[in-house]
Design a protein around this ligand. Structure first.
Ligand code: GRF
Length: 201
């Protein structure tokens, strides 16, 4: 089921985080506009100490801390995660700094409904330390990617990318800062792009 307002249907969306939550906040702020096609209904963190949980709660979003260390397996954690998403009628899932690999079972439950933001120009630099790796490779360009989540880490189809030139005196810190600024705008744009084409059950 989807909720509606005067202008458009909004897709009930959950955001998965593990830490700071700046991308989560960018999505939540965009979704305050009634014309944005997502309604951010739920923020779940596998890290109960994640700073982003309080930021989401301050915006009136339901938050669930779900400590993965309390579960005996990845699958049992993912089943609990799935239960919360279903109980909140979620239709779309955005991973935003979510530092846990999703099980094949979970990915299979949500085909075409999970997206992620990654701080590199995929398929380059899947995984961690992307800024350092771009510098070490002598790359001329760097950026970020929003992509669908499939069973391969950072391997799903690309939705949108944002790129910029690496400058001679860039460090991993300056790259991280410039990538993050672009991530916020890119994630908002990418979610909007796919939700305009999605059907809800
Ligand atoms: C972002 O750079 C994102 O691309 C990566 O982790 C960082 C999360 O930052 N996966 P935040 O928690 O959204 O502030």
């Amino acid at each position: 089921m989807i909720s509606t307002n005067a202008s458009i249907a909004r897709v009930p969306t959950a955001i998965l985080i593990s830490g700071r939550g700046s991308n989560m906040l960018a999505l939540a702020k965009a979704a305050q506009s009634p014309d944005y096609p997502a309604e951010i209904k739920l923020v779940i963190s596998n890290n109960p100490e994640a700073e982003g949980l309080q930021k989401a709660a301050d915006m009136g979003i339901t938050v669930i801390p779900l400590d993965h260390t309390a579960f005996k397996s990845r699958l049992s954690f993912d089943r609990e995660l799935h239960k919360h998403l279903k109980a909140n009628q979620i239709q779309m899932i955005c991973c935003a700094g979510y530092m846990r690999i999703l099980s094949s079972w979970f990915v299979g439950q949500w085909p075409g409904r999970i997206i992620n933001i990654h701080p590199s120009l995929l398929p380059k630099y899947k995984g961690l330390n992307t800024h350092q790796r771009a510098l070490e490779a002598g790359d001329k360009e760097h950026g970020c990617t929003v992509h669908y989540v499939n069973e391969e880490l950072d391997g799903g189809d690309i939705i949108l990318q944002s790129k910029f030139n690496i400058l001679p005196n860039d460090t991993k810190e300056t790259l991280e800062k410039r990538v993050l600024e672009r991530e916020h705008a890119l994630y908002v744009k990418a979610l909007e792009k796919i939700l305009r084409n999605i059907e809800c059950s």
